[in-house]
Design a binder for this molecule. Structure first.
Ligand code: NOJ
Length: 552
């Protein structure tokens, strides 16, 4: 007897999902507005482009959409430099367009989460412009971190902190004072000790809540509070986002009081609106502090994102993540790609080496592992994040010429780091045509020739395509008693080396992370697989780098 199971749904368990806390098991799709869909042919994506594609997201089967910033901004850092938190940048449209996106999404039963950038503003924000113009000693300078320099003439920065994008974290103005920017000089850090800053952000929250958004993704949620006196790092390693001790500018305990206040505001509103923290902390245990019951709802799991394609490592991080979230009763989250890291299809095509990879590697291997990694992620309890284009199996564009790059970290690190443009190339909708259906006027970053065959059009209805794999997986996850529900998995310890096998009620998942096929007894009826598989006489030969879902 032989059963063929490729990427098609072959059996559907009967239970339905009952969770009222929609966000606990939600699949949230990240849209990077500049690169999603361009409705007016200026080469840049926009809100109307997003609105028109909402039915695609509904059909894909996600629960919510997180929009990266679309606010008024000089775009020194892709919109994470906000000049006006209550205005839409003209390149993206108007507030009416934002309203239309929110309304249409709700009509399709999709929720909308917007980005909030409270750690820093743009240097073109009215406050900062006036602070600079008013000169040293002016009251508005207190809303940022202005300081005199060290050295005989104040020619040295006030402390030894470095910017995450490279170079000093301080810039000197012609009047002699320095200001702090943990990111680019165009992104001055706000001073969260100042009551006007706290007041302003409470008001911004209300503005967007009144617009009807379902939640906020909080940018640099771990950075708002700086240690008293802005102490030198001294012998400490300069910062990396992950894997450090608590730094004087990151993960300070004071941030939690801010989030408690915000939570009370959110809870005044109807519907289940949520906060998700971008909080790079040294450990998942410290991440759990952000999602205590009176604080935020979710925090990204960057330790999971950074894990290599290795069974033992993956199991370890899955366990530590679930263990860390259980005491605070928050859902674990899972993410493989976003707009800041090399896409997972390219990370897994290369030897393990961080999140900024500059080589294409072995594309076939990368895609095979990426598909397997996605099925593993979507089988875990908690909430999962999908970054636009990963459902098409897009690789990073690793050969962008330097002259088209826009990532500020590329330039500040003299081209040694900051390859984030590669995951931001506009996504392909059609096989052919101007910018592969992204828009009628080209695309702000050049798309590779291979984009047509990876397009939505080319993959729709094609059995075994990555897009259809995502659609099947999301449909199954939703229908199968909520694969995202619960707080634990049961591991099968007898799995051969390099394999993961875990069970959930009525369901099992097997992952082969090795580069060779492995024969095992079939633990149930195969539901879905990331590569074609065959079950013969109760056994399955699991292909290399493959995940299989089972009805058990
Ligand atoms: C995190 C955002 O995801 C990234 O794109 C940005 O550069 C930094 N925060 C600074 O806002």
């Amino acid at each position: 007897m032989s059963q063929q199971h490729s990427t098609d749904v072959s059996a559907t368990p009967t239970t339905t999902r009952e969770s009222t806390d929609w966000w606990r098991d939600a699949v949230i799709y990240q849209v990077y507005p500049r690169s999603f869909a361009d409705s007016d042919g200026d080469g840049t994506g926009d809100l109307e482009g997003i609105r028109r594609r909402l039915p695609y997201l509904r059909e894909l089967g996600v629960d919510a959409v997180w929009l990266s910033p679309f606010y008024a901004s000089p775009q020194a850092d892709g919109g994470y430099d906000v000049a006006d938190y209550r205005a839409v940048d003209p390149m993206y449209g108007t507030l009416l367009d934002a309203d239309a996106v929110i309304r249409d999404a709700h009509a399709l039963d999709l929720r909308i989460i917007v980005d909030l950038v409270p750690n820093h503003s743009s240097d073109q924000h009215e406050w900062f412009k006036r602070a600079v113009a008013d000169g040293p000693g002016s009251a508005l300078r207190d809303r940022y971190h202005f300081r005199p320099g060290k050295g005989t003439d104040g020619e040295l920065p006030p402390n030894d902190w470095e910017s995450i994008f490279g170079g000093p974290a301080w810039t000197r103005l012609p009047d002699g004072e320095w200001y702090l920017h943990l990111f680019a000089p165009e992104q001055p850090d706000l001073n969260w000790e100042h009551p006007a800053v706290a007041d302003e952000f409470r008001s911004i929250l209300r503005f967007w809540l009144d617009m009807g958004v379902d939640g906020f993704r909080i940018d640099v949620a771990h950075g708002l509070v700086k240690a008293e006196g802005l102490p030198d790092l001294g012998g400490h390693d300069q910062l990396k986002l992950l894997g450090n001790d608590v730094m004087p500018f990151f993960d300070q305990d004071g941030v939690h009081q801010i989030y408690r206040t915000w939570r009370r505001i959110l809870d005044e509103y109807d519907g289940e609106r949520i906060f998700v923290a971008e909080a790079w902390t040294p450990t998942v245990e410290r991440t759990a502090n952000y999602v205590r019951p009176d604080e935020l709802h979710q925090a990204f799991n960057f330790q999971y994102l950074g894990a290599p394609w290795d069974a033992a490592e993956l199991r370890k991080i899955i366990d530590t993540s679930l263990d860390a979230m259980r005491p605070v009763h928050a859902p674990a989250t899972w993410v493989l790609s976003n707009h800041d890291v090399t896409r997972h299809a390219t990370r897994y095509a290369n030897p393990p080496g961080g999140t900024q990879i500059r080589t294409a590697g072995d594309r076939e291997l990368g895609l095979r592992r990426a598909r397997a990694a996605t099925l593993l992620m979507l089988a875990l309890p908690g909430s999962a994040y999908v970054y636009q284009g990963e459902e098409l199996g897009l690789p990073d564009v690793t050969d962008l010429p330097d002259e088209v790059r826009q990532d500020p970290s590329f330039f500040r690190a003299q081209g040694q780091d900051g390859f984030r443009d590669g995951c931001r190339v506009p996504i392909p909708w059609t096989r052919t045509g101007s910018s592969y259906g992204f828009g009628d006027g080209g695309s702000w970053l050049p798309q590779p020739d291979t984009w047509g065959e990876l397009s939505v059009e080319a993959q729709t209805g094609v059995s075994g395509s990555t897009l259809e794999l995502y659609r099947s997986a999301l449909a199954l996850r939703r229908e199968t008693a909520g694969l995202g529900a619960g707080e634990s998995v049961t591991w099968h310890d007898g799995a051969p080396a390099g394999l993961l096998h875990f069970e959930r009620p009525g369901f099992a998942c097997t992952v082969n992370t090795t580069g060779a096929p492995v024969r095992i007894p079939a633990p149930g009826t195969a539901l879905l697989a990331s590569s074609p598989v065959e079950v013969t006489d109760g056994e399955i030969e699991l292909p290399a780098d493959c995940t299989v879902w089972w009805a058990a």
